[in-house]
Design a protein around this ligand. Structure first.
Ligand code: UTP
Length: 410
């Protein structure tokens, strides 16, 4: 795209300010900016307008979805585990670590997985995850392919860190990095922000584009060649995360469901977690702020909350199904976050509070693209220690406490 084409595109979108400093830029910077303008998806601006007007799209008919409970799982553990271990030994299961997020709430300027959660010794978040996965590798006697999604912003740091730490004892041949897409950020008035005079402020486009990004990185062929049929997707920030958990894998495979989701029983009706339920008859996740008071307090005859099972971002998807749906449109969510930008005088502003809006695809929306989902209950104190904030709820402090309770030396 040349500068006059860029100008025409931007004028049509009411975003001509992006070229304010164009003449001051060097050749390379100009080219980068023109490429960004070329790649700019105008439909995101429509999404923002709609969001400003109506908020997020309305939901379909929501109904509760039960779960395979802890006691059901206990009764069948041996059968489930053996099926899961078989699948793992046959190389049918891969794991995908979603590590492309910016982790802005934690306020750590490196990739979140590089955070040292140790107290008397170094213990990095990535290391906790690899240690957990190694337990399965040892049990199965086979390595599991681990795909790590990074973003443009943290890819180099992440790869270098794994190299430096010698993959924490994992087999590097089983670790594959791929980079996710980016999306622009806009100010509250809808104008796209610049992070430098020659660069649009972009952020990773959410965790929902992971399979498309894997495909763009050319990994579909690899999955096929290796015979990987199932992918266990998980977040970087749960240090108690059980990855490629044989019991979960086996239960999902034997259930005949298209996918599986780990869930935890809500600690109290008001807990701020997304709940796995049915929407228009197929699995879906309803966010806590979308629930009516009636949904929050409704109970089943056995006394359990009707909308009881919160998701912890640990899902098992079938590769064949993912391939089928990968070109289907996913909802784009608008989220209010802190985004550094340059003001009209070209001065860099690092905001202390959310100042801008980002566009994100969310992995939880993939659940609604499946016909059925096994809702698989896990023990919160054994599997859920999220590190979102430095202090308080879901923080380094609470995760350390949970790690200690699980016998991890800090
Ligand atoms: P969060 O929703 O906590 O987002 O991510 P975040 O960007 O990391 O953190 P905040 O909100 O700025 O503090 C949940 C999981 O999804 C991954 C994260 O790395 C984490 O594992 N993620 C999120 C991505 O891989 N890409 C994204 O664009 C966003």
């Amino acid at each position: 795209m040349n500068v006059s084409e860029a100008k025409a595109k931007l004028e049509g979108l009411g975003q001509a300010h992006l070229l304010k400093w164009f003449d001051e830029l060097g050749d390379v910077e100009q080219e980068v900016l023109l490429d960004q303008i070329d790649a700019l998806d105008p439909s995101l601006l429509d999404v923002f307008k709609a969001y400003k007007g109506e908020g997020e799209a309305a939901r379909g008919k929501l109904e509760p979805l039960g779960a395979l409970t802890l006691s059901d799982i206990k009764e069948n553990r041996e059968r489930f585990e053996s099926a899961g271990l078989d699948a793992i030994r046959q190389g049918k299961v891969g794991a995908v670590l979603l590590a492309g997020g910016m982790g802005t709430r934690l306020g750590f300027d490196k990739p979140k997985g590089m955070y040292n959660i140790g107290v008397t010794r170094p213990l990095y978040i990535f290391e906790c995850l690899i240690n957990n996965l190694m337990e399965v590798v040892e049990k199965a006697g086979a390595f599991v392919h681990l795909f790590i999604m990074t973003s443009e912003k943290n890819d180099e740091d992440t790869r270098e860190f794994f190299e430096e730490m010698k993959y924490f004892g994992y087999n590097p041949e089983y670790v594959h990095f791929f980079i996710q897409d980016m999306a622009p950020a806009v100010a509250p008035d809808g104008s796209i922000l610049l992070e430098e005079k020659g660069r649009i402020a972009t952020s990773p486009n959410g965790n929902g584009g992971w399979f498309t990004s894997m495909a763009k990185a050319g990994l579909q062929g690899f999955l096929q060649r290796e015979g990987i049929e199932w992918l266990n997707i998980f977040a970087v920030d749960n240090v108690l995360q059980r990855i490629a958990d044989p019991c979960f894998v086996g239960a999902t495979l034997l259930s005949g469901c298209e996918c599986g989701s780990k869930v935890i029983a809500k600690a109290d009706p008001e807990e701020r977690v997304g709940v796995l339920c049915l929407e228009d008859g197929t699995p879906s996740i309803v966010e806590y702020y979308e629930m009516t008071n009636e949904m929050i307090t409704s109970r089943e005859p056995d006394g359990r909350l009707s909308y009881n099972y919160g998701v912890i971002l640990n899902y098992l998807f079938q590769v064949s199904k993912l391939t089928e749906i990968m070109n289907d449109a996913m909802p784009v969510h608008v989220v209010n976050k802190k985004v550094p930008y340059i003001d009209e005088n070209g001065k860099l502003i690092k905001p202390d509070a959310p100042n801008a809006y980002k566009f994100e695809l969310l992995v939880l929306d993939m659940i609604h693209m499946q016909k059925s989902c096994l809702s698989y209950e896990v023990e919160r104190s054994y599997e859920f220690a999220p590190v979102k904030n430095a202090e308080g709820v879901d923080s380094v402090v609470s995760a350390r406490e949970l790690l200690r309770q699980n016998g991890v030396e800090l």
